[in-house]
Design a binder for this molecule. Structure first.
Ligand SMILES: Cc1cc2nc3c(=O)[nH]c(=O)nc-3n(C[C@H](O)[C@H](O)[C@H](O)COP(=O)(O)OP(=O)(O)OC[C@H]3O[C@@H](n4cnc5c(N)ncnc54)[C@H](O)[C@@H]3O)c2cc1C
Length: 505
């Protein structure tokens, strides 16, 4: 399987120049992005994944009763996710998304308020549709506008302050907090407002919704995640010469006497030699893969364990008849347990056999559901859905799944940025990546891809062939630059300087 013998030493590699060997540990979006960015550069790349499939937290499983692929949970991105878009273009899956230019908010009386760009330039492009929103009174809409202005201009945040406390300090009421800020941000950041960092909330509102006319638009996959980030990625990477090994869990990295990376040891005991290792495993796994002496040399690594996880619950319902309007693809629900409804019969054309409707419901930061069993969660969600569309009461629920991912994302709690390590480590040849590493982004597919690109940039710089892989944010519109200032440029890994054989140019 390997072009190099497992015991090939660095000296031999210098005498007989072989392609530099990169081992990527983890086949989630960070690992996939790292590998995809390094192909066609004369490297020997191996990707090791402990599970029997690629995709990590963005994946599907097969329903044993129907044989149908089911996503662990609906994943959507926004048009401001420029690196995820770049990654999908790179691997040829960019045609498998539907761009949704309007976000529909559904209130208790079943009324839809559509958020979409109007005639005004950014950052005012959403003003017309927001002023028409029916889930807030006119005064409440003005109050939210004031909150946004404060978010831009407030002088300094109080260390450790939650976003909810910040909102109350800036004139927001229970209703605006619950019906606007909570509705938008809890699902965007997968955290409750009373546990949410102010900087991350600011980033979603300013960078996601206001800087650019299209940044808020959603990208919804039209195929199951297992196809999007699993099967298709595997085919593409293998065609590009990447060796993919599934069911190959890594036990630990291995180091030379001088402290540089020499390879990884699998749980099976097998050793794979490497000049570079990129660890893209989740934050709560990384420490166990790094020997103590090396871990001590990585500033902040021990603090990674202070990160916390936040859960997401995805509920899948197959009804024997349409429950929501058949043409409706998605809705953000205001003032409910359910936060998002996705109509998969409309989005992916996945009508249950014999007709009916397949709906996916999402509850982010689902702490309150953790003590409940799956049947109780099903019943609560069904009750909630029935109060939106009473037809859900009469319909027969043919099949259902409740999937709660306890460690769905790291919690964006106040002060989180101090716990996120950079991708480059002081260990020669060792990189970290994953949505939890320092990207300035919350736990998202975009953050994962950015981290993978940064690790790849670091490796190429070490090999004397620096390339810019991380794509810039969407351009800030001129008026938005005037009113909001420029977005902060995230820190980048420093350029090479390592004693590595240069890449052929
Ligand atoms: C339910 C849910 C809903 C979400 N919704 C959204 C959304 O709508 N939009 C969005 O942008 N993001 C969403 N996210 C977040 C998004 O899925 C993650 O941010 C992203 O997929 C993380 O990618 P990653 O590569 O950093 O980590 P992971 O996907 O966790 O990948 C790490 C990989 O490493 C593997 N691994 C672990 N240990 C080892 C080992 N020892 N050896 C080898 N392999 C190992 C794991 O099996 C895994 O495949 C959601 C997440 C969940 C769980």
């Amino acid at each position: 399987m390997e072009a190099h013998s497992p015991d090939a030493s660095r000296d031999e590699a210098v005498r007989c120049p072989l392609p530099p060997r990169v081992v990527v540990v983890g086949g989630g979006l960070a690992g996939l992005a790292t590998a995809s960015a390094l192909v066609r550069r004369g490297l020997h790349i191996t990707l090791l994944e402990s599970r029997p499939r690629l995709g990590g937290r963005a994946s599907s499983f097969v329903d044993p009763t129907s044989g149908e692929p089911i996503d662990n949970c609906q994943h959507v991105s926004m048009a401001c996710c420029t690196n995820l878009a770049d990654f999908c273009r790179r691997v040829g899956t960019d045609g498998l998304f539907r761009r949704v230019p309007a976000v529909d908010f559904l209130d208790e009386s079943g009324r839809i308020s559509r958020l979409r760009a109007g005639r005004l330039p950014a950052p005012l492009h959403l003003t017309e549709s927001f002023l028409a929103a029916r889930y807030l009174t006119f005064t409440e809409r003005l109050r939210v506008g004031w909150g946004m202005a404060c978010l831009r201009f407030s002088a300094g945040d109080r260390p450790g302050e939650s976003f909810e406390a910040w909102l109350r300090r800036h004139g927001q009421t229970d209703r605006t907090i619950d019906r606007f800020w909570g509705t938008v941000l809890v699902s965007a950041l997968n955290e409750r407002l009373d546990r949410m960092d102010v900087g991350h909330a600011r980033k979603v509102i300013l960078d996601g919704f206001l800087r650019n006319r299209t940044g808020y638009q959603m990208e919804i996959p039209t195929v199951p995640l297992g196809e999007l980030y699993g099967v298709r990625l595997q085919q593409w990477l293998e065609a590009e010469g990447v060796t993919i090994r599934l069911k190959s869990g890594v036990k630990a990295i291995e180091l030379e006497d001088e402290g540089a990376i020499s390879g990884v040891r699998l749980r099976s005991g097998e050793r794979i030699a490497a000049d570079f290792v990129v660890l893209t495993v989740p934050y709560d796994r990384v420490r166990s893969l790094i020997p103590d002496a090396a871990a001590a040399a990585i500033p902040g690594l021990d603090r990674v364990v202070e990160m916390e996880s936040s859960p997401i619950t995805g509920v899948h319902f197959w009804f024997d008849r349409p429950v929501c309007p058949p043409e409706m693809e998605h809705a953000v629900t205001v003032g409910r347990l359910i936060q998002w409804v996705f109509n998969h019969s409309a989005i992916q054309g996945r009508e249950p056999e014999g007709g009916g409707q397949y709906l996916q419901l999402v509850i982010s930061a689902s702490y309150d559901l953790l003590p409940l069993d799956k049947t109780s969660i099903r019943d609560r969600v069904l009750e909630d859905l029935s109060s939106i569309w009473p037809s859900a009461r009469e319909a027969t629920l043919r099949r259902w799944w409740v999937v709660t991912e306890h460690g769905a994302t790291f919690s964006v709690r106040p002060g989180i940025e101090a716990l996120r390590p950079p991708q480059r480590t002081p260990i020669d040849g060792l990189y970290l990546a994953g949505d939890w590493t320092d990207t300035g982004w919350p736990a998202t597919m975009e953050g994962a891809v950015r981290s993978g690109y940064r690790a790849a940039e670091g490796i190429l710089a070490d090999l004397g062939s620096p390339r810019r892989l991380v794509r810039p944010e969407l351009p800030t519109a001129p008026l938005a630059r005037l009113l909001l200032g420029s977005p902060k440029a995230p820190a980048r890994p420093s350029a090479g300087g390592r004693s590595r054989s240069p890449l052929p140019r």
